[in-house]
Design a protein around this ligand. Structure first.
Ligand SMILES: Cc1ncc(COP(=O)(O)O)c(C=O)c1O
Length: 391
């Protein structure tokens, strides 16, 4: 399993440790060349089909569809769910902006709820309290690849007839107890963007076990046509069946992603080792920082490594000081409810969700990727130790 960041043209660092570097190797380069030579670059080609089968087998479910991004997967999920005007969709405010956009694009209302202070995932109690007769769906986000409390969420959703969509953009290969994330709700949405554990630049997938939902996805993602069935030789022409979009992933990108899938378990294992080692190195500083958790029901894929600083007034200074020490660090997410759009267009107020505000204002992401060395991890710990007395 080769790794360009160490063996080839890319450098992991030059006096600066990046936040995130994908694990790409010669295998991906060969796959691109082979794919180019085959002249099969469109969507739903042999590589895409092969990868969908790989995903279905890996996740242990019936239907996986490759799409152009995690955002596309979420968009399709809302269309399939029939979310529309007058409907409400519950989601945490501490989320990537796509989860709210896809609700608004359907003419529905996003209802933002609280997260848990330790996992940064949707708080089931807050979800329950936000339910109204208009609630049609909930989008749960497995932050950093750490599972949400799915049993509680599924029970509440079931009792109130609410459809569950998992935003598993961070979560490929991560588990809730024995089940892979993305397979527990009615639909699961993955991202293979450059920043994720396995990547193809821009890409995603939407998965389900439900045949009716699968039929709808297949049509929506092919511009609302039954072209997929035509390509399988089930009909002699294809036609317009429903409203849809152009969501099919290029076979060139599927070829890269097939190689990445072969490395998934190894990549996640290296990320786990690095995350746990970093936690060990930072454990003496817990008077000033709060380290990430992994609950007993979760097996994280450590898609991100986020700590919180107890003195949030010094958070931005802390990030700048880390960068000055050669350590890439950042923060996210600006909560959706207190973003300019949340406040100006949706009428949300900053103090609507206090835990979300607290987490967002104190969070710091530290570098974490598969090919980090013990020396890289030591450098992070050294920089943190040097800077902490000043916050
Ligand atoms: C939680 C979450 N959901 C969805 C997305 C959207 O994925 P994509 O960039 O593939 O559209 C992201 C992107 O980073 C994300 O972090």
């Amino acid at each position: 399993m080769s790794n360009l960041a160490i063996n080839g043209g890319l450098r992991v660092r030059e006096n600066f440790l990046s936040l995130q570097i994908p694990y790409l190797g010669e295998e991906e380069i060969r796959a691109v060349v082979t794919s180019m030579k085959s002249m099969e670059l469109g969507g739903d080609g042999p590589k895409g089909r092969e990868l969908e089968k790989i995903m279905e087998n890996y996740l242990g479910l019936k239907y996986a569809f490759l799409v152009t991004s995690g955002t596309s997967a979420l968009e399709i999920s809302m269309m399939v769910a029939g979310v529309g005007q007058g409907d409400e969709v519950i989601l945490p405010s501490f989320a990537f902006v796509s989860a709210a956009n896809v609700v608004l694009r359907q003419g529905a209302r996003p209802v933002f709820v609280e997260i848990e202070k330790d996992t940064f995932n949707i708080d089931p109690e807050s979800f329950l309290k936000a339910i109204t007769p208009e609630t049609k769906a909930v989008i749960v986000i497995h932050y950093a690849g750490h599972a949400c409390r799915m049993e509680d969420i599924l029970k509440i959703a079931d009792e109130h007839d609410i459809l569950v969509v998992e935003d598993a953009a961070h979560a490929i290969g991560a588990k809730y107890n024995v089940s892979y994330l993305g397979t527990l709700g009615r639909m699961g949405c993955f991202s293979f963007h450059q920043t994720k554990n396995i990547i193809c630049g821009e890409g995603g997938a939407i998965v389900t076990n439900n045949e009716d939902i699968a039929k709808k996805i297949e049509i929506i993602r092919e511009k609302g046509t039954n072209r997929s069935s035509f390509l399988r030789g089930e009909r002699d022409k294809y036609t317009w069946m429903d409203i849809g979009g152009s969501y099919v992933l290029s076979d060139l990108l599927a070829a890269i992603l097939i190689e990445q899938f072969q490395k998934l378990e190894a990549i996640n294992k290296m990320r786990r080792r690095n995350a746990l080692t970093l936690t060990e190195k930072l454990k003496d500083f817990q008077d000033k920082i709060i380290l990430p958790v992994e609950k007993e029901y979760a097996k994280s894929n450590w898609s991100l490594y986020s700590i919180r600083v107890k003195n949030k007034e010094r958070r931005d200074w802390f990030i700048e000081a880390l960068k000055a020490e050669g350590i890439g660090a950042t923060f996210h997410f600006i909560p959706l409810h207190s973003s300019p759009y949340g406040k100006n267009a949706l009428g949300c107020k900053e103090d609507d969700l206090l835990i979300t505000e607290e987490v967002s204002q104190s969070l710091v992401r530290l570098p974490l990727f598969a090919q980090m060395t013990e020396g890289d991890l030591d450098d992070i710990a050294r920089a943190v130790k040097k800077i902490l007395p000043f916050i």
